[in-house]
Design a protein around this ligand. Structure first.
Ligand code: AMP
Ligand code: MN
Ligand code: MN
Ligand code: MN
Length: 292
């Protein structure tokens, strides 16, 4: 695998990198095995699986790569939900040791908070005469942790809303009938834990939090103060202006740049590996990664 990547580097061919993706271990639609196969079809050289608050998809992905000798380098990752000034902010961890005790402990408490939240959402839906929502959402989660995305799929399947977007607007989003705020760790908890697990911490999709530029700068400054390493500069659902703005912010705050499709499915996100390449002005987070 790295032989191919080295050759690509020598001949200055494009190395395709996607450092943000989801599997059925959280709210993606592909199993870890199918996700790594799709990465290979899309000619990705380096892929990170970054499920929400869990690393449970990674062993299956590693096994599939080994068994089928798939030519893709898998980066062990996670996307941790945090709370910052009443906003839910996502921190991606890359190159983490998935067995690290601090990480395991943090993810366990995040999982317990998620279960409590899912039950509270279900109770709110029951008050609207939408019965049994937790059990139904669990079926969509196929035994893994239930997220709002699974409730949304249930509400669509029940015919209560036309699509997932509307499910968030009417029921699950901040101004929806069944909204329950997240209870999760702080940015500093997430960054410290990622570092304890030997990884690098990346501020995920910075332009998706609906923050003013002033507040976004405050967020990035706080993230940097917590020891954050990089911000996502190239991501799904962004304009060319956003890309340039984020590249500038990465340099201004002396942070590395990451890129990732945030692939969950083909309806709401870019396909794996299809983000716009990073501008030459930034330093990619993988610039000094070992090739072996
Ligand atoms: P949770 O982690 O339980 O809060 O669920 C949030 C997940 O739901 C996100 O990771 C997205 O995958 C999905 N999501 C959030 N908002 C929307 C939206 N407006 N439309 C579609 N999917 C969404
Ligand atoms: Mn998601
Ligand atoms: Mn996210
Ligand atoms: Mn994500």
């Amino acid at each position: 695998m790295w032989y191919i990547t080295r050759l690509k580097i020598i001949f200055e061919k494009k190395v395709i990198v996607d450092l943000h993706s989801h599997t059925t271990a959280s709210d993606g639609i592909l199993t870890p095995t199918d996700l790594v196969k799709r990465a290979v079809s899309n000619q990705i050289d380096i892929l990170a699986i970054t499920d929400h608050d869990t690393v449970k998809g990674l062993p299956e992905a590693q096994q599939a790569i080994k068994d089928e000798k798939l030519p893709v380098k898998l980066v062990c990752g996670v996307e941790i939900s945090t709370i910052w000034k009443n906003n839910e902010i996502h921190i991606v961890g890359l190159n983490i040791d998935i067995e690290n005790a601090e990480l395991v402990t943090l993810l366990l408490s995040q999982e317990q908070r998620r279960i409590k939240r899912a039950m509270a959402i279900s109770e709110k839906l029951a008050k609207l005469h939408i019965e049994d929502a937790y059990a139904q959402a669990q079926q969509f989660a196929k035994g893994d942790i239930v997220s709002r995305a699974h409730f949304a799929r249930f509400l669509v399947a029940k015919g209560l809303v036309k699509d997932v977007k509307r499910a968030f607007k009417k029921y699950l989003g901040k101004s929806g009938y069944a909204y329950v705020p997240t209870q999760c760790c702080s940015i500093s908890d997430a960054v410290n834990t990622i570092h304890a697990a030997g990884g690098q911490a990346v501020l995920a999709h910075p332009t998706r939090y609906d923050l003013t530029l002033t507040k976004l700068k405050l967020l990035i400054a706080d993230f940097k103060d917590c020891g954050g390493d990089a911000i996502e500069v190239s991501q799904s659902r962004q304009t060319q202006d956003d890309l340039q703005k984020l590249a500038k912010l990465a340099n201004q705050f002396e942070l590395l740049a990451s890129q990732g499709s945030d692939f969950h499915d083909l309806v709401n996100y870019l396909d794996l590996g299809k983000t716009t390449p990073l501008p030459g002005s930034v330093t990619p987070i993988w610039h000094n990664w070992s090739l072996d």
